[in-house]
Design a protein around this ligand. Structure first.
Ligand code: PLP
Length: 224
């Protein structure tokens, strides 16, 4: 694809996001985070050149490599993957603008210790396993509010901004929607939570319809 073809292609993705968000409300703003895990730094540069600033990776080593290689660009990096405790320091070295996948109290406690040692804070989202699938990480929805409040209280260097969730792995629209609704219903009960990150390439319109204000788009943004 040439740059102008890619631009037209990305416009069509943005238009889909726009149609979905305006159906919720003209005031409902949705941010796109381009998930670059299957893409090269050259492909990220191409997308940056047509205006995309926020990117996400799901492996700490890839986040590190790509953010270093693209150091000269004013990009915003998100981490969206499973973080092993022994990789926390690596994540702190990168200091992403948002760690979207904080998925347990245990991890929060470890992260808090390391943040305190380095005198840092980190913006995070609590990941909720709304679909209750074994293959997914995250806290169970029935515990999410308690854990969110506990982290807020006991981990002062962790700045919780809201929730992240992955839609149900299903072909049934109602089942997917239900998993998003579960997350959104928790989100609206939280104090000072501003980000509800839900929706990927195959389900972002449904997620927006259910209240998402941050979509994580991989394949559809990179035309894979
Ligand atoms: C890979 C990934 C995405 C993007 O997936 P696509 O289906 O390619 O849009 C979003 N969120 C997380 C947590 C991911 O790991």
């Amino acid at each position: 694809m040439t740059e102008s073809q890619y631009k037209i292609f990305i416009d069509s993705v943005i238009r889909r996001v726009e149609f979905a968000r305006v159906r919720v409300s003209g005031h409902h703003i949705v941010k796109i985070v381009a998930i670059s895990k299957y893409s090269t730094t050259d492909e990220i540069k191409k997308l940056y050149n047509i205006g995309q600033r926020a990117y996400g990776e799901n492996k700490v080593q890839d986040l590190k490599a790509k953010s270093l290689e693209l150091d000269e660009l004013p990009l915003e990096w998100h981490f969206v993957g499973n973080l092993q405790k022994n990789k926390i320091n690596n994540l702190l070295d990168i200091n992403p603008s948002l760690f979207q996948s904080l998925d347990s109290m245990e991890l929060a406690i470890e992260l808090q210790k390391k943040l305190l040692t380095k005198n840092m804070t980190m913006d995070c989202l609590l990941q909720v396993n709304s679909a209750k699938e074994d293959t997914k990480h995250g806290v169970m929805p029935e515990h999410a509010k308690d854990i969110y409040e506990k982290i807020t209280k006991e981990c002062p260097n962790i700045k919780l901004k809201g929730l992240m969730s992955i839609g149900s792995h299903s072909q049934d629209t109602e089942i997917i929607k239900n998993s998003f609704k579960i997350t959104y219903d928790i989100f609206i009960t939280l104090k000072n939570a501003t980000i509800c990150s839900m929706g990927m390439s195959n389900d972002f319109e449904l997620a927006i319809e259910c209240g998402s204000n941050m979509v994580r788009l991989g394949s559809v943004m990179f035309n894979k």
